[in-house]
Ligand binder design. Sequence first.
Ligand code: GDP
Ligand code: MG
Length: 713
Amino acid sequence: MTLTIALAGNPNCGKTTLFNALTGSSQRVGNWPGVTIDKKVGRIRGCDAELVDLPGIYSLSPYSPEEIVSRNYIVNEKPDAIINIVDATNLERNLYLSLQIIDMGIPMVIAMNMMDEVEKAGDHIDSDLIAKSFGISVIPISAAKKENIDKLVGAIMDAATSRKVPPHVIYDDTIESTAQEAENALKGKVPEENIRFYAFKLIDDDPLVNESVPGARESIMGSIRRMEEEYDDSADSIIADSRYRKITEVVDAAVKRAPRDERGSLSDRVDRIVTHRIIGIPIFIVVIAMVYFLALYDGESFTSPGAWATGCFNDWFAEMSADLSEWCDENDVSEITSGILIDGIMAGVGAVLGFLPQIAIMFTLLIILEEVGYMARVAFVMDRIFRYFNLSGKSFIPLLVGTGCGVPGVMSARTIESESDRRITAMTVTFMPCSAKLPIISAIAGALAGNMWVAVYAYFMGIVLVIFSGIILKKFKRLAGNPAPFIMELPPYHIPKLYGVLKGIFDRCWAFVKKAFTVVLLASVIIWFLCHFDFALNYLDPETEMEDSILATLGGYIAYIFIPLGWENHWELAASTITGLMAKENIVATLGVVLVGDSEATISSVSDALAVMLGNEAAILSFFSFNIFCAPCVAAIGAIHRELDTWGATGLAVLYQCTVSYCIAIIVYAVYGTIIGVDIDWYTYALAAVDVVILAYLLVAKDPFRQKREAKA
Ligand code: GDP
Ligand code: MG
């Protein structure tokens, strides 16, 4: 019979690493909490046992959807045994979950992970003493170094086959007698083996348990009151405190810490700088600027590795296009076929694929930063800022994920406990520049004579918009709510593992390439058709008649919307913006197809064409702002729908994103245009003024829910 083993632990304690070590699979490992969202299943190597990776959780209380997922899994699916992985460098907090799992009455083993870190610090942990105190096996391991994994497998298979459940942890008499009464009240109404868990949940006033056993809590209110009076505290704090007291007792006896350097370890000293409340932010800005600089910069005196590689790729691609075109001529290939092939597919896909080297370099740097542990520090710094603006610091993690791709970014919002924060984050993650937006960033940087700061602007403006949105949206009834408590821990710095980095880069680049050959390729062919045929389906001469094409006509209508943004009446720009809804790469691909006509599509030709069409830097920035911050691609909209549940709410979210980006674009155009002396129409000023007034009003208006929130807190 196949055994089922569940893997449970706090976020970031090495669950995924252990899962991979046990099953031989290679899931993505993140150096920040909350990367694992969905349940994953694998087979333990060499055993007839299935391992289920539960989401990282701090407790089994229903604070977050993940905690409910994990708890429901344990209660309903009844795994044969649980591996409770704990972070040995953070035992106190990690064991809190262990004490709750013990109450579940399921065979379990504690895998004490990160022992390499403990040894490195010179500390000593007496795992036998912990094992004896709680009556369960405790196996010290290092998941990353694959140390003691076999021993862990042995212990868990023993536990699962012997079905020996851990003994109860015994608390003070008053608590025990209340628990006994709670058990009596629950008898027959909950599964017998989990009854102690339910009993404590009933005392805790856990809403899920209260709902499933109505009236039970009322019947034991007498003893709960007595207990609360005796301890002069609320029932849930009494339980939590006694758990922590128990843990501290055991940990104090079992852990011998080596004397620490007065100034702290090197890691502590670095942390003091990078998480500093004031200089932490400029350091972050410089780090991100460096990332984009190394990936994208292409100036007179210096060419970044990314830009250099992209340049080489484009030269090669242009040559290939030219050869193909020659070959078509020689072989009498029909004009339409060669048009689709060269001006459609090669121009569109080539314009996008050319960015692959830059994307690879950007991801290499971002993944290294993440693996080293720096991004967790940034999340820590941002947590303070987000909290100040009443958002959960946890919202920042989806933003980091969103710089890769908006879809997992939106999905990772699921790890946020507070309903309102989760919805706000899902609505705003896509303000961040994902990899698909990199081509447009790079093309715009080119149009602005190699000015790299547009990338940094996109990144940090994205964060600012999220914060603004938090402030504004919280004032609406449906999104008002408290940010949930968030324990942000700093994982130790470590040298990134080559395999992890390579895999991260490969996964993301592969996703980009796949999209270039599917969505972008298809879109390029469609765009080519739409701009080479008129409504009567006559083939048009690209040099002279494109103005009559279907795309030009449709784009022409839409272009009016963007006139106040300084884009003038260019159907090409409107059309590319619309095709960006399919996939953001399409913006550049479309420009590649419609602008190329006779010359080969190179990025610099897209950049140059943008510069000519838009005419001035203010208009370029406005085009950029709208396209970067407006509605994301359909895949991301789908992800938002999954988080928000209804199409109505999703529609509102998209409308919100488009409105915000329109406002930002018009303000940027009006302000920057005025500064550099562009002749700006009165209606732009009027609209910009209205936007500023409305935005300012929404930002400073009194938050009608603030008082209620503070009263509650
Ligand atoms: P999860 O959030 O619990 O799934 O944790 P991950 O498996 O993503 O690991 C979090 C971080 O801890 C990653 O950077 C891992 O490389 C690191 N890590 C995991 N296990 C160990 C270990 O045994 N020793 C050390 N030093 N680091 C580890
Ligand atoms: Mg994980």
